[in-house]
Design a protein around this ligand. Structure first.
Ligand code: NAP
Length: 331
């Protein structure tokens, strides 16, 4: 068995960005169902912050990162959808994509179309597949149709800018929120029909005004604690509250009884990897993402690049709301 080495980012305990340490790891041969992939670029995601801080606890020591793109170097027994030399990209557990080389399960690794660069692949898989399952699979009663209003928080972020463009392609009237005038302009330039600076404006009042008091069919909420209460009041009767993140902190416990008087609302807490539980569902979702990106309906905006060894700064900037669009770590 040949042994390879790779630089990787590891934490020995949960905590701040200072816990992110550059280490040298050894990488072996893929077992059954695994591949060895040599990364060309790595994606940065807010879930990496939750893994680092311990909001989503992990056994120690732990590697971070859930997204990357590169070339398949070795294929384990039973893997049929990938071959040595294939260009590939993924959003996948277990965490550990902040590295040059790794062995990992092949199930969520997809062949990357030649027209899509490694950097774009690394930037878009986790965020783009999230936008896909939200807008196509996380739907209110009766579904979403062209002309329907949806509210999407953090619309100028990684998931947000992709969702703005994809919603426009679907004919949805997306109302985006973002934390500055510049971010609002970015959301509007990417397909949001309205953008609300929730650092300055009352987003509930604005949503009521925009929808002539009717409310929206769905709220896609990854901000969590800070936006939860008002988001429920933005919904039309029988509307869907789709919670999918906690950038401002987790949503506190609530009593289901409050949903009745607000209009018999539906509430769900979604996670990407439930939707990617099989190879078939993963590939079907990825094919849709590849199609909208290849056609130009969705552009992947990489607004920040950091070297792998500068990952502490990347985490600081992401948490400080200094980033827009997607961020990649270069190797
Ligand atoms: N459940 C899933 O399947 C799933 C999958 C992917 C992502 N997510 C979630 O979706 C969200 C977006 O992920 P992303 O990687 O694309 O990140 P991102 O949107 O690029 O960055 C997070 C954004 O959240 C906003 N935010 C609001 N309050 C914040 C606070 N107190 N601290 C920090 N940020 C705050 C900021 O935008 P403003 O300044 O404009 O407010 C910030 O830029 C995250 O919450 C992530 O966990 C969930």
């Amino acid at each position: 068995m040949s042994i390879h080495t790779s630089r990787a980012i590891q934490i020995d305990q949960h905590g701040g960005p200072e816990q992110l340490k550059l280490v040298q790891i050894t990488v072996g041969e893929p077992g059954p169902g695994d591949v060895r992939i040599r990364h060309h670029a790595v994606g940065l995601n807010f879930i990496d912050v939750y893994h680092r801080t311990g909001l989503y606890p992990m056994p120690m020591p732990a590697r971070l990162g859930m997204e990357a793109a590169g070339v398949i170097e070795a294929v384990g027994e039973g893997v049929t959808h990938l071959q040595v030399g294939d260009r590939a990209a993924y959003a996948s557990p277990p965490p550990g994509s902040y590295c040059e080389l790794r062995v990992m399960p092949a199930k969520c690794v997809c062949k990357l179309p030649d027209a899509i660069s490694f950097e774009t692949g690394a930037a878009m898989m986790l965020k783009g597949l999230t936008a896909q399952y939200l807008l196509k699979r996380t739907l209110p009663m009766g579904g979403l149709h062209a002309g329907d209003f949806v509210l999407f928080h953090a619309a100028a972020g990684g998931v947000g800018l992709i969702a703005c463009q994809w919603a426009r392609a679907l004919g949805l009237r997306l109302i985006g929120t973002a934390g500055s005038a510049q971010k609002c302009a970015l959301a509007l330039a990417n397909g949001a029909e309205f953008a609300i600076n929730y650092a300055e404006e009352d987003f509930l009042a604005r949503v009521k005004e925009i929808t002539a008091g009717q409310g929206v069919k769905v709220v896609y909420d990854s901000v969590g604690k800070d936006t939860w209460d008002k988001s429920l009041d933005c919904l039309a009767p029988l509307g869907l509250m789709a919670s999918f993140g906690n950038a401002s902190g987790p949503v506190p416990p609530f009593a289901p009884g409050i949903l009745g008087p607000k209009g018999s609302l539906y509430v769900t807490r979604q996670t990407l990897f439930t939707h990617m539980s099989t190879r078939e569902s993963t590939q079907a979702m990825a094919d849709e993402l590849f199609a909208v990106v290849s056609s130009g309906q969705v552009q992947i905006h990489i607004a920040q690049r950091y070297r792998l060894e500068d990952v502490q700064q990347a985490h600081r900037d992401l948490e400080a709301r200094k980033t827009t669009g997607c961020t990649v770590l270069t190797l």
